[in-house]
Write a protein that binds this ligand. Structure first.
Ligand code: GAL
Length: 658
């Protein structure tokens, strides 16, 4: 193509995107080629982009929306030893059905992508094996059975309105240095021989090519490993399902396929054979821990993205909510077929509950030795699937094996500073006083690459205004990295420390130990029904016509709680307070069942202090200051449900403030 038709600037790129959006009615980019496009002329593509802009339109060198959804970037070298990136993904230019195949783009800088056409072409008719030279040549040696298998998996042309015969999702490519072959695995789905459901087939398919840009030749698709006997199996009658998937080649050349199985309930990692074209060991004879592992069992994880940094394997996954985004989670392991530990959501702040409106697909190892990695996600727009934007963000490593993905409106590879693994040895105090960070250490020991130094630290103390367990974040003066610790926050002058749910959790005992030294606390047990305290004799306790305790053996002040049933109120009554003093009453709220959307009105001695207190998955506390007891020295806290779900209390603390 001539240079005049190329995208020559960001403004043009954006204009084109706007025009596409305005004039293409349903299927985005209707002008997308349905066969391998001629590569652009030998010159370098025009430099249109110099940053990543997550969620914004992203056009290729020909001004068309990049069609590489659910994809992955392969880092390779050209003949001159220069880095050359290939981005593979689903071509959704025709929408959900009738996919032209798997598209591939190349780039020198990760911002600007040259259209290299279709790496793997799908089929519209079995006649193409004899009529279309592309298929005639590629499948020359195939017999009828093999051709049927190819058409079963690549025949994407929709013949009925209800079902798309072949669905090609989440393609991934690895290079086999031993066989000098590029190997592509794809989630190959569609109806099966026994079911007309859209995702009944649930197989992993494989294709090979001598060239990174194809043509890839389809071999077959397979069901993969199954849960070992004795372990929970969420699809015992439908063995070996394989859907959302990824690939990983380890330092020793061993390759692995990572996939959602058992109707997406469990996630497997299975070792591939030396050719990377099938499992190393077939399902019948495979052993867990040797041939495969199940990092998530019954956890409903999808969209696996895997990478390795400083000897640790990282696995980012999504939940399973179709095209709708949900919170990501990440897990780590020191051996790929060993124990995996989940660490929860790597994203934070606004958008963390939807992974910034995206679903993971891969991680680009831009500079793996220096900890330079890019998170790749898809922001699916199911009505116009082909224009689903991409969300690429830098990966930041925290202390130990922790990692984070932070939102950026725009960013460049310069923001991807080299990172090192670090651990912090901070001599944390048993507790800090409420709102007072002075007990936190001013200096900590930091170990990087086996070398330990001392660094000053600044603490973000915004969480210390709430009693109980608090997470504090420290920023190292050398290096600027952060780390977090849990610290117990204790108010002076405590009169009551109630852990609703009757559990003497370690944090409750910690606070009682401090309060005991001050000698002012009037309760000696975590919780009791209204009555005399067994040790101090003070009258206190909960009052409820019907309530239950939620006890967890490894819980804390928040997770152990008392919940009312049958829409009852729940009250706590306290006595022996001084009517001439003022008190602050803190109440801890947390919901292990947050989907219930429960809410309460909170009153103290009959005065409403909180009109609508919501219960969420966050640890929160209400701080009700300036409280006076009745003339008899009594304080009564009452929660009344304001919505249909029942209400609950995690803990109550009363301390003297004046
Ligand atoms: C998602 C999955 C996608 C696609 C989609 C279809 O959960 O990650 O790859 O299969 O469901 O609804």
């Amino acid at each position: 193509m001539s240079s005049t038709t190329r995208v020559c600037g960001l403004v043009t790129a954006l204009l084109l995107a706007a025009l596409t959006a305005a004039f293409a009615p349903s299927a985005a980019n209707a002008d997308q080629p349905t066969h391998a496009a001629e590569p652009a002329s030998g010159d370098e593509p025009a430099m249109a982009y110099d940053s990543f802009r997550p969620g914004q339109p992203w056009l290729d060198d020909q001004g068309r929306t990049i069609q590489a959804h659910g994809g992955q970037v392969v880092v390779s070298k050209d003949a001159a030893g220069e880095t050359l990136y290939y981005w593979y993904g689903e071509d959704r230019s025709n929408g959900y059905s009738d996919s032209p195949g798997i598209h591939v783009y190349s780039s020198r800088d990760l911002y600007n992508w040259k259209d290299e056409g279709l790496a793997l072409r799908s089929m519209q008719s079995p006649d193409q094996f004899t009529t279309d030279p592309y298929f005639t040549e590629l499948y020359a040696g195939y017999d009828d059975t093999q051709e049927q298998a190819v058409y079963r998996d690549l025949g994407t042309r929709r013949v009925s309105p209800d079902v798309t015969p072949a669905i090609l999702e989440r393609p991934k490519v690895i290079y086999n240095a031993r066989t000098h072959t590029w190997v592509m695995w794809v989630h190959a789905d569609g109806p099966s021989e026994t079911s007309n459901a859209q995702y009944a087939k649930a197989r992993a398919g494989v294709a090979v090519s001598d060239s990174p840009t194809g043509p890839f030749r389809w071999i077959d698709s397979y069901r993969l490993h199954v849960a070992p006997a004795g372990e929970p199996n969420y699809q015992p009658d439908n063995p070996g399902m394989a859907r959302d998937m990824n690939l990983f080649v380890d330092d020793d050349g061993s390759a692995y396929i990572i996939y959602s199985s058992e109707e997406n309930y469990s996630l497997f990692i299975s070792k591939l054979n030396d050719d990377y074209t099938y499992l190393a060991t077939p399902p019948e004879s495979a052993a867990k821990g040797v041939d495969f592992i199940r990092p998530y069992i019954g956890a409903h994880r999808e969209a696996p993205a895997i990478f390795k940094f400083a000897g640790t394997y990282y696995l980012i996954t999504s939940g399973a909510t179709g095209w709708d985004p949900n919170p990501a989670s990440y897990a780590t392991a020191t051996s790929i077929l060993g124990e995996w530990t989940d660490h929860g959501n790597p994203t934070s702040g606004p958008g963390a509950d939807t992974t910034y409106s995206s679903q993971s697909t891969s991680v680009v190892p831009v500079g793996p030795a220096g900890g330079r990695f890019v998170f790749m996600g898809d922001r699916w727009t199911p009505d116009t699937l082909g224009s689903s934007p991409y969300v690429w963000l830098p990966i930041r490593f925290g202390e130990g094996d922790s990692m984070a993905v932070d939102w950026r409106d725009a960013w460049t590879l310069d923001d991807l500073a080299p990172q090192q693994r670090y651990t912090v040895d901070a001599a944390m105090p048993d507790f800090v006083w409420l709102g007072d960070s002075r007990k936190l250490p001013r200096r900590v020991k930091v170990t990087r690459n086996g070398v330990t130094t001392v660094s000053g630290v600044s603490w973000d103390t915004s969480t210390l205004g709430q009693p109980g367990p608090a997470t504090v974040t420290g920023t190292l003066h050398t290096g600027g990295q952060t780390f977090t610790r849990t610290v117990l926050v204790v108010p002076h002058g405590l009169r009551y420390v109630v852990n609703a749910g009757e559990q003497a959790t370690p944090d409750w005992r910690g606070i009682m130990a401090v309060a005991g030294e001050e000698g002012t606390v009037l309760n000696s047990v975590p919780e009791q029904p209204l009555g005399a305290d067994p040790s101090t004799g003070a009258t206190w306790g909960y009052v409820s016509e019907e309530s239950k305790a939620k006890e967890t053996t490894d819980g804390d002040l928040y997770t152990t709680l008392r919940y009312a049933v049958s829409h009852r109120d729940l009250s706590y009554h306290f006595s022996d307070l001084d009517p001439d003093r003022t008190y602050t009453v803190h109440v801890g709220y947390y919901d292990p069942w947050p989907w219930a959307n429960r809410a309460a009105r909170v009153s103290i001695n009959g005065t409403v202090v909180d009109q609508q207190r919501l219960f969420t998955s966050q640890y929160t506390a209400g701080a009700y200051a300036g409280i006076r007891s009745t003339p008899d020295g009594e304080v009564t806290l009452t929660l009344t449900p304001t919505r249909s779900p029942d209400i609950q209390v995690s803990w109550v603390m009363i301390f003297q403030t004046g």
